[in-house]
Design a protein around this ligand. Structure first.
Ligand code: CA
Length: 408
């Protein structure tokens, strides 16, 4: 979560980053960092962090300017939604989710009951945020947040997160060497930001500590608490896929433009699964994540609650859809409006293997499409007469399967 807040104009922010780097080059970064920390130290007491604690926890801290590169890259906003969802909600993640739901059934039931939320949505958040604890991020929180508090364009926000981190460490809930996370400081099974941790993390396993890193029950209960505090309505769906009648005026779309269900059914909107839209006054917004030609959804209050976890509609749809798939739901009925759909993680690994077999330096076959994979994809797209956009899609995968490297 908390890649939110960071989605402003890309070009302006790139300029700001260059300016930051230029300024950082004029004054040595370590010098700037020291004076910035000194200023933070004088703020710390008013935020409940004593000078003694501040000194103890920041001794020897130095900045890591590489985190600044991430400040402007957010996959939720820069990836086509069909690629984003194909990687996050694939058969592997559904299977993993079912196994985890089974393994942690007692902790999930307790959390869902205590906070009156949907347990499959908790599992879905866990699966998307950290791939069920497999991907926490590896960056020491104090280093990343100290850097972001002193360099870059969101310093005020990250100063608060830095001080929150000091508070967490001072409380003893989590050991300093365990506190690693994403570049932005989200950490643990459910990738809470430090301020969110202070506000909403709870002790799920009853050991007296709130530990989102080494306690799955704590993480599941904390997510349940987050959803409850966001206003979750137990027993209501997040929404469902719908079909629009021909000629439908899609200018009424928008998550915020909520209307009674009767409004939508009177305009010919039908559920994609064939069920009737209930005769209810529940307010629903029409979501068209890829425009009028793609899948359409009516979304209720609970969709907004998920959106609160990480303010991106694509993210909320991934969680919501994964929760449905965990319950046995089907993939969307309406295809995405593209002739080159996205790849699951299994297909991404297959694509990487096909590229590696052709001699490209792909490195680890991990399903993560990085710079090496993109470059190889682009070369092969060119060779095969496809649009050379460097994107991992079905067209290239199908073409490479049919084009054996040994046959060359
Ligand atoms: Ca605990």
């Amino acid at each position: 979560m908390m890649r939110r807040l960071l989605k402003k104009c890309y070009i302006a922010s790139q300029l700001a980053l260059l300016t930051t780097i230029a300024a950082a080059q004029q004054t040595p970064p370590n010098e700037r960092f020291s004076s910035c920390l000194a200023a933070l130290r004088s703020d710390a007491a008013s935020r409940g962090v004593s000078a003694t604690v501040f000194d103890r926890l920041t001794r020897g801290l130095s900045p890591d300017l590489s985190v600044l590169e991430f400040l402007d890259y957010q996959p939720e906003f820069r990836t086509p939604i069909w690629d984003y969802l194909a990687g996050l909600v694939d058969d592997e993640r559904v299977a993993d989710a079912l196994a985890m739901r089974e393994k942690w059934s007692a902790a999930l039931a307790t959390a869902a009951d205590r906070y009156q939320v949907d347990s499959d949505t908790i599992v879905a958040v866990w699966g998307v945020e950290s791939n069920f604890g497999r991907n926490f991020g590896k960056r020491p929180l104090l280093t990343s947040l100290g850097t972001l508090a002193c360099f870059g364009r969101r310093q005020a926000y990250f100063r608060g997160e830095f001080l929150s981190t000091l508070k967490i460490l001072d409380s003893g809930d989590i050991a300093p060497e365990r506190l690693v996370g994403s570049w932005a400081g989200a950490f643990g099974h459910t990738q809470f930001m430090p301020s969110t941790f202070l506000r909403l993390a709870v002790d799920g396993d009853g050991d007296g500590k709130r530990d989102l890193i080494d306690s799955v029950p704590d993480a599941l209960a904390s997510t349940a608490h987050f959803l409850q505090r966001g206003g979750w309505r137990k027993g209501e769906p997040w929404g469902y896929e719908v079909l629009l009648p021909p000629g439908f005026d899609s200018s009424v779309a928008g998550r915020g433009n909520k209307r009674p269900l009767a409004h939508w059914s009177a305009r010919g909107v039908r559920r994609a699964d064939g069920q009737a839209i209930g005769p209810s006054d529940a307010a629903a917004g029409l979501l068209l994540p890829a425009g009028a030609r793609g899948p359409a959804f009516l979304v209720f209050r609970n969709f907004d609650v998920i959106y609160g976890y990480n303010a991106a509609e694509s993210y909320a749809l991934a969680i919501a859809h994964l929760a449905d798939r965990i319950k046995g739901g089907k993939p969307f009925v309406t295809p995405w409006p593209t002739d080159d759909p996205g790849l699951s993680r299994r297909e991404r690994r297959e694509l990487q293997s096909l590229l590696a077999a052709r001699g490209y330096p792909i490195g680890e076959i991990d399903g993560m499409i990085g710079a090496n994979s993109r470059q190889a994809i682009q070369s092969e797209q060119k060779r095969l007469g496809l649009a050379a956009n460097g994107r991992a899609g079905q067209k290239l995968l199908v073409a490479l399967r049919a084009d054996s490297p040994t046959g060359k």
